[in-house]
Design a protein around this ligand. Structure first.
Ligand SMILES: Cc1cc2nc3c(=O)[nH]c(=O)nc-3n(C[C@H](O)[C@H](O)[C@H](O)COP(=O)(O)O)c2cc1C
Length: 208
């Protein structure tokens, strides 16, 4: 490997930001398929390939997804007292901006029934979570690949408030589930770096 590879990797990982505002400019599908070609090499438990991605560019479909999210936000708000409902509605604006991007990539995952014993303690086995972990790893790789193409993206789990409605719109059937909505586009501007953990609070050696 080229010795400059690590510095390129470090710069890529540290300069990626969650982008929530996009320029009104289309994304060449070839840029996306090039990233997908790379991230299909992401690891998965026992190589089960438990994740998939679906690109959505139809603005009407994105609008329908957003409408479903907003309807669900209203449904949840109705169950809350006035103040909590207002706070929740305010927070929920982070759930719905994906329709402002020229493209949203919807991440799907599936969980396999475990054939291993569930453990002897009271804690449930973590086996079933392995696919979800692998899905998360693939999403991060995807975002880094998009960033390397100059594209911005944002990993969004907020839209999952309307998980079943989005699944219906995209014809997603069990065992597949929607795990994330990822708007993608040319960043209007790169956001500032938010607070990140100090190395000492985030990593340690054992024994010290
Ligand atoms: C699993 C996951 C779910 C997220 N869901 C949302 C979301 O629904 N809406 C949103 O605006 N940002 C969402 N984010 C982005 C985080 O807010 C963001 O990663 C964090 O603030 C750090 O900023 P950075 O990505 O620019 O480093 C999510 C991130 C992760 C990892």
């Amino acid at each position: 490997m080229d010795p400059t590879t690590f510095s390129a990797f470090r710069d890529l990982v540290t300069s990626r930001r969650s982008v929530r505002r996009f320029a009104p400019k289309a994304v060449d599908p070839a840029l996306i398929t090039a990233v997908m070609e790379a991230i299909r090499f992401s690891p998965s438990p026992t190589n089960r390939m438990c994740f998939r991605f679906v690109g959505v560019t139809d603005p009407l479909l994105l609008q329908s997804m957003k409408n479903d999210v907003m309807l669900q936000v209203e449904e949840v708000s109705k169950t809350l007292d006035r103040e909590a409902a207002e706070t929740f509605r305010e927070y929920a604006r982070w759930f719905s901006f994906f329709d402002q991007a020229p493209l949203a990539i919807v991440g799907l995952f599936r969980v396999f029934a475990s054939r291993l014993p569930g453990g002897t303690g009271t804690e449930p086995s973590i086996e079933g979570l392995a696919e979800v972990q692998a899905f998360g790893g693939a999403v991060h790789a995807l975002m880094l690949g998009l960033h390397a193409q100059g594209l911005g993206s944002c990993w969004m789990s907020g839209p999952l408030i309307a998980e079943s409605q989005i699944e219906r719109l995209l014809h997603v059937e069990r065992p597949w589930r929607v795990g994330a909505v990822i708007p993608v586009g040319w960043p209007e501007k790169m956001p500032a770096v938010p607070r990140k953990p100090e190395l000492g609070t985030f990593f340690s050696w054992f024994p010290a």
